[in-house]
Design a protein. Structure first.
Length: 276
């Protein structure tokens, strides 16, 4: 979906393979914290001190200076805002006995919110808005045929439902019948407008002031993320802080900031892209 936005609207710079190719990085974070890896790959994680563990390389400080120069060169657009998306896989409910069917009187989609994850995402939205757009995203289609068709036609965005986390505060579930239509949050039903992702990104690109350079942009984002997580008392937030404490991070400020951002997106299962 990030690539769809980047390819058609030139609004987003996708973080991932595109960023890795331009900057020359693949994995940039290393931790021997067993508790961290057990959380995400129970029974399948590599022992940090075994013969099969591959910790990678410590990048030379000069390389980070080169990366900073590259980020601030004409090779990159000037960054303006961040996009954080939490993807959800909804249930498609067609039976009249489904919990919220009486409110829709038609088939509908539903997904539940994870309280700890939602708390972090909602705080992130509050702390870094309007310099960022934070949203939940879920498909408004159900079959593999629809998935392949929408992907082939670059219409995943048009056939997905977006909603701001702050609109779901105090609720446990989000329901909707189609893309781009108002939905209802539960347990007590509340009608809430869905988010027009393209329009919101276009508006942000118009109103936000331009940063001095892209390095400054990333450092500012990292600072905001650290502040959000350290104010939270949830399990994942505590593990985030512990992992950073145990990690072997370079002394370079940009390297540390990118590591902080990547760890955040990894632990809280959020997709990150940059608007320009």
């Amino acid at each position: 979906m990030d690539l769809e936005l980047a390819g058609r609207e030139k609004l987003l710079y996708p973080i991932g393979q595109v960023f890795e190719h331009d900057v020359g990085l693949d994995s940039i974070f290393f931790s021997k914290n067993r508790k961290l890896w057990r959380m995400f790959s129970p029974g399948r994680w590599y022992h940090p001190f075994s013969s099969v563990w591959k910790p990678g390389l410590n990048l030379e400080p000069q390389l980070w200076e080169n990366i900073s120069q590259e980020l601030n060169s004409s090779a990159f657009p000037i960054f303006k805002c961040n996009l954080f998306i939490q993807y959800k896989r909804p249930d498609y409910l067609t039976n009249g006995t489904a919990g919220e069917y009486s409110y829709w009187s038609a088939p509908y989609y539903r997904y539940y919110l994870d309280p700890h994850q939602h708390g972090i995402i909602s705080k992130l939205e509050a702390k870094i808005s309007p310099a960022a757009l934070v949203a939940y995203c879920a498909p408004a289609f159900w079959t593999f045929d629809d998935l392949f068709t929408n992907q082939r036609n670059a219409q995943l965005i048009e056939h997905s439902n977006f909603v701001k986390p702050s609109h779901l505060d105090g609720h446990s579930a989000w329901t909707y019948t189609d893309a781009g239509t108002d939905g209802k949050a539960f347990s007590e039903p509340v009608k809430i407008p869905s988010l027009n992702l393209r329009r919101e990104l276009e508006e942000l690109a118009k109103i936000l002031p331009q940063v001095e350079n892209n390095t400054e942009f990333i450092i500012s984002l990292s600072t905001s993320i650290e502040r959000v997580v350290k104010e939270d008392e949830g399990f994942l937030a505590k593990r985030y802080v512990e992992t950073l404490h145990d990690a072997k991070l370079p002394s370079n400020e940009l390297a540390q900031c990118i590591a902080h951002i990547w760890l955040f997106t990894f632990m809280f299962d959020i997709s990150w892209a940059i608007g320009y």
